[in-house]
Write a protein that binds this ligand. Structure first.
Ligand SMILES: [Cu+2]
Length: 543
């Protein structure tokens, strides 16, 4: 869908009160806990004998504050369950779109042709598809295919994903990814975690620890003053495991955080996803105001230090973790002694054109009662599985590509006109994303590419590559120490101040795996992705 249609689309979505009539044939809505309640872990579903079969209904409704919610619910009422699979497993998801039909006259776009049709051909404002973020799975139809897959109101679609045997164990997630309406769907809450099991075999430090899944989401802020860095007013409200953390202007700022119960001094293994559409998180744990050491075990689903061929990870101690929208961090924490204990996100400087992401609390940690709802990670049970990105650091790149983020007003004479967002290969003409665009980059299976990605705008952008992870090599030309070996599927490229070289990162892309076909890379601030900041890459089989 072209950029010009998006504002119309959102206006129609709101005017139509999408969701109000959605429950006519179902009593299921998208239940959410009250402000200030315990951040209960999501329900869990486990694979058996190598297969996990899941059925999802996709619903929408409107909450008491006027927010449009979206959710995935199983037939027996589990909302956004965590999907547990092993490397090599098959994940089958049968999803039915129970959104109402799009209102007559609302915008539509044909997103495929007879050669690449996947589900319905025509996108509407109530369409659905599902992205399995971070998974190194096939981008073919019925796999992790988001360019042409369309599931419209009343339609059922079958996903069948084969996880590779060398999938790194860790935290991944699923969410809708229809271009033009992705931000609304993700801020509506339609997302959940995927855990690839076996991390204790690569990071034995987590063996036998209680496992806590925490999902941070953002959502629209129904009322109050406009976003501002000073005084700090957030662009979006937040939630933790669906417990709302809302900005209340009086007295300002008065947030009521969620609650986490922990045994005093007990170690836990936390698996945190920033499932926000737009909000950048800088996570910190504070006991009596003092930042606590977080022992990083994995980032974006890849155990830290695990891809050098030894198949044994390393722990990285840090006092805060920057989580781009869609990024994940897995780390070990020690519970507090009695006293004030808080999980917070710190202020993120997103640039003069960016959102307001102020310091705010996410959870108060109470030690007066242990949480007995957590399951324990097993002891190491088998040799580590082979790792998908082994040897990438020493591979010979076959190409170096230069890309950049840019933004322009759709009407340069009108400062209030919508912004067009682009990600462009340097030298090419910037084009807004369209599912019918040709690939911006064509490469070959087996290739290893170095990409240098610049930010030429006054706000941060958050690069995401589908289907594969990349090795972070350089930040602003400075090499990342080889011992850090960060394999990520998300990387923030900070804003340009107007002076000096453009901020940039150099990353190494790994196309040596089995996945061929068309997939996308984009900014994971979904307002930007919906606004055009996405492009197609084609991986050809070797000739
Ligand atoms: Cu962006």
């Amino acid at each position: 869908m072209s950029r010009s249609v998006v504002p119309i689309l959102l206006a129609v979505l709101l005017l139509a009160g999408i969701g109000r009539e959605a429950l006519a044939d179902d009593q299921v809505s998208c239940p959410r806990p009250p402000v200030g309640s315990v951040a209960a872990p999501p329900p869990d579903l486990w694979s058996h004998h190598g297969v996990l079969n899941v059925a999802f209904n996709y619903y929408t409704t409107v909450d008491n504050s006027g927010r449009t919610l979206f959710c995935f619910v199983t037939p027996d009422g589990l909302e956004s369950p965590t999907l547990h699979v092993n490397p090599g497993d098959q994940l089958n998801v049968t999803v039915t779109n129970r959104n109402p039909p799009a209102p007559p006259g609302s915008p539509t776009e044909v997103v495929s042709n007879s050669g690449n049709q996947c589900g319905d051909m025509t996108m509407t404002i109530t369409s659905l598809n599902v992205h399995y973020h971070g998974t190194n799975t096939s981008p073919a139809c019925h796999g992790d295919q988001v360019v042409h897959t369309i599931i419209n109101s009343g339609e059922t679609f079958q996903y069948s994903l084969k996880f590779p045997a060398d999938e790194p164990p860790g935290l991944y997630w699923y969410h809708p990814h229809v271009h033009g309406i992705a931000e609304a769907a993700v801020q509506g809450g339609a997302s959940g975690a995927i855990i690839v099991e076996g991390i204790e075999n690569i990071q034995p430090a987590v063996a036998n620890l209680p496992e806590r899944v925490l999902i941070i989401r953002d959502m629209t802020r129904p009322s109050g003053p406009p976003p501002s860095v000073s005084p700090p007013v957030p662009s979006w409200d937040a939630s933790l495991n669906y417990v709302p953390i809302v900005y209340q202007p009086n007295p300002a700022p008065n947030y009521v955080p969620a609650v986490i119960r922990m045994g005093a001094g007990a170690q836990e293994f936390w698996r945190v996803a920033n499932a926000s559409a737009d909000t950048i998180i800088d996570l910190q744990l504070q006991y009596n105001g003092v930042p606590q050491p977080l022992q990083l075990v994995g980032l974006d689903g890849v155990p830290t230090g695990s891809q050098d061929g030894t198949r044994q990870g390393t722990l990285v101690t840090t006092s805060d973790i920057l989580l781009a929208p869609a990024a994940r961090a897995e780390f070990i924490v020690a519970g507090p002694q009695p006293g004030a204990a808080n999980l917070v996100t710190l202020f993120v400087d997103t640039g003069p054109g960016g959102d307001s992401d102020p310091t705010r609390p996410l959870a108060n940690i109470l030690t007066n009662a242990e949480d007995n709802t957590l399951s324990l990670l097993p002891a190491p049970s088998r040799p580590p599985n082979p790792q998908r990105f082994e040897g990438l650091a020493n591979a010979q790149p076959s190409a170096t590509r230069h890309l950049y983020f840019s933004e322009v007003l759709s009407d340069p004479t009108n400062p209030n006109s919508p912004t067009n967002f682009f990600i462009t290969v340097d030298g090419d003409k910037p084009v807004l994303f369209d599912p019918n665009n040709p690939p911006a980059i064509v490469t070959m299976q087996g290739a290893v590419d170095d990409w240098i990605i610049e930010n030429r705008t006054a706000e941060n952008h958050e690069f995401h590559q589908h289907q594969i992870h990349f090795l972070l090599e350089e930040v602003n030309g400075d090499p990342v120490p080889p011992q850090q070996q960060l394999f990520l599927d998300m990387i923030q490229v900070p804003y340009y101040t107007g002076k000096g070289p453009y901020p940039n990162v150099k990353v190494r892309m790994d196309f040596r795996g089995p996945d061929i076909g068309d997939f996308v890379y984009h900014c994971h601030i979904l307002a930007h992705e919906d606004g055009g900041m996405m492009a197609i890459i084609r991986v050809l089989p070797p000739s």
